[in-house]
Design a protein around this ligand. Structure first.
Ligand code: ATP
Ligand code: MG
Length: 457
């Protein structure tokens, strides 16, 4: 058995534990990912040293979970963290998510037996440099299989999070789920409701960020787990997508999701775009109308925004992410005609906000790719984009802060602060969007007086 080479910093930490007379094992994801030659994000070391003994060895460590026996060291490069956990055996999980008590043990096999999947239950003994694999994880790794350690039903009843983790690993690694494990996910799907929204959200996000997220979404749907995550999605099944090559709105959402390509996007931006893609038409079932055999979804973007906000709040996504996703969903139906004036384009930029435009275009590209089955953009889109870029280069006023006057100037001519001033400012912005030449202090003061006092001096 060839043991993967160990990161030098992790080796140094393990050596310090070993020199104190204790055992050290590399466990969990790092062992799995080293064999798969995937980048290792975080390292887990298991030891028979107690958390207190570990804190003495590494005084700069963070006592992240002393009670559960875990301390954390941030690597010198700050790129990854190393968690050191005291070997443990967990007793009953009467609430389905937290072990009732934790007993520290000095047996690595026992520690591995409480882990979720065979590919996550392998260890490297850093004292003797040998590979420990009591559940045949290496074989499952080779055959690309996700298999629960022990009885899958019992393991999913102990901790419902494992059901979505199985799907997450299957989607991320492109592994199949072993049939008994898969059947147990279905029969234990309701156990996910006992898991905190934050933990579900983190696993769900990892599924959304995979190369082809529809694969994970389909398993979430087939096993019934989606009911505990975004049940609104299933209402989209069977709602026809008129004039499109897709079967129904649900299929359209999955194709749009896959069509958002990562393109080196920073993780949160990709997540935002992918969530917007998944939810952009989720309001269609509510707005579905047929008249003379013509299907319409009038104002579905408003309903979609409402349902998206509700779902993302339930999953406790940060407000920053929720607001961005909802904004994209709200404006995804934007339209453009070549006969639009520059003022119409400025009004569009002012309405959606210029920082949203690249993402709004990326979402539209994914939407049309899904609809047509090919990565083509709608013909006028590049012209629209070029005109927007030109207007942005001209640095014309597009928001209140670009106006040549501010609230202070208006207060000085006697316009009271508050709602009325807000109205005058927004009218001034409309005026300037129509004609940028009016954006001077004198002209705007004169227009403000006329608007507020109904007179010109
Ligand atoms: P990732 O690359 O996403 O970090 P990972 O396998 O390291 O994958 P973690 O969530 O960091 O996943 O957990 C580390 C290890 O702890 C896992 O490999 C597994 O052995 C164990 N583990 C984590 N969560 C559970 C759980 N809910 N039930 C049982 N074992 C778990
Ligand atoms: Mg990890």
């Amino acid at each position: 058995m060839i043991i993967p080479s160990i990161d030098p910093e992790v080796r140094r930490i393990a050596d310090r534990i070993i020199q104190s007379g204790k055992k050290a094992f590399l466990v969990g994801g790092a062992v799995r990912d080293s064999f798969l030659k995937r980048p290792v994000i975080d390292y887990d070391i298991a030891t028979d040293a107690t958390p207190e003994e570990c804190m003495m060895l590494f005084p700069f460590a963070i006592p992240t979970g002393i009670k559960h026996g875990t301390i954390t060291i941030i690597s010198r490069s700050r790129r990854y963290k190393i968690e050191i956990t005291t070997l443990r055996k967990e007793a009953d999980y009467s609430d389905g998510r937290h072990p009732d008590s934790v007993t520290f043990v000095d047996d690595i096999t026992q520690d591995l037996s409480r882990r979720d999947f065979t590919i996550n239950a392998m260890a490297i003994d850093l004292v003797r440099n040998i590979f420990i694999d009591p559940f045949d994880g290496k074989k499952d790794l080779k055959n690309k299989i996700i298999r629960a350690v022990g009885n899958p039903i019992e393991r999913f009843q102990e901790d419902g999070l494992r059901t979505i983790r199985a799907i997450r690993f299957s989607a991320q690694l492109e592994f199949a789920i072993e049939p008994n494990t898969l059947a147990a996910i279905t029969s234990c799907s309701s156990n996910l409701s006992r898991v905190s929204a934050e933990r579900i959200r983190d696993e769900f996000s990892k599924i959304i960020l995979t190369a082809k997220p529809s694969i994970g979404l389909r398993i979430l749907s087939e096993t019934g787990l989606i009911e505990e995550i975004i049940p609104e999605l299933k209402d989209c099944k069977g709602i026809p997508q008129p004039n499109h090559c897709e079967k129904d709105v649900y299929e359209h959402l999955l194709s749009t999701l896959d069509a958002v390509i990562p393109d080196n996007l920073e993780e949160e931006r990709l997540l935002t775009l992918r969530l917007a893609a998944l939810l952009h038409d989720i309001g269609k079932p509510v707005c579905y109308r047929t008249e003379n055999e013509t299907v319409s979804f009038y104002r579905h973007e408003i309903e979609s925004e409402r349902i998206a906000r509700q779902a993302l709040m339930r999953l406790k996504y940060p407000n920053r992410v929720i607001d961005k996703v909802c904004h994209l969903v709200r404006y995804h139906m934007f339209d453009y005609e070549p006969n639009w004036t520059d003022a119409a384009i400025r009004r569009f930029i002012a309405r959606v906000g210029f920082s949203t435009i690249p993402d709004l275009f990326a979402l539209r590209l994914a939407d049309t790719t899904a609809t047509t089955g090919k990565p083509i953009s709608w013909p006028a889109l590049s012209e629209f984009k070029a005109r927007i870029d030109r207007i942005l280069e001209e640095k014309q006023a597009l928001s209140l802060k670009d106006l040549a006057i501010n609230g202070e100037n208006l207060a000085r001519i006697g316009i009271p602060r508050g709602k009325q001033m807000g109205e005058v400012l927004s009218e001034l912005l409309d005026t300037v969007l129509e004609d940028p030449a009016l954006n001077t202090k004198e002209k705007l003061l004169e227009i403000a007086k006329a608007k507020y006092f109904g007179r010109f001096d």
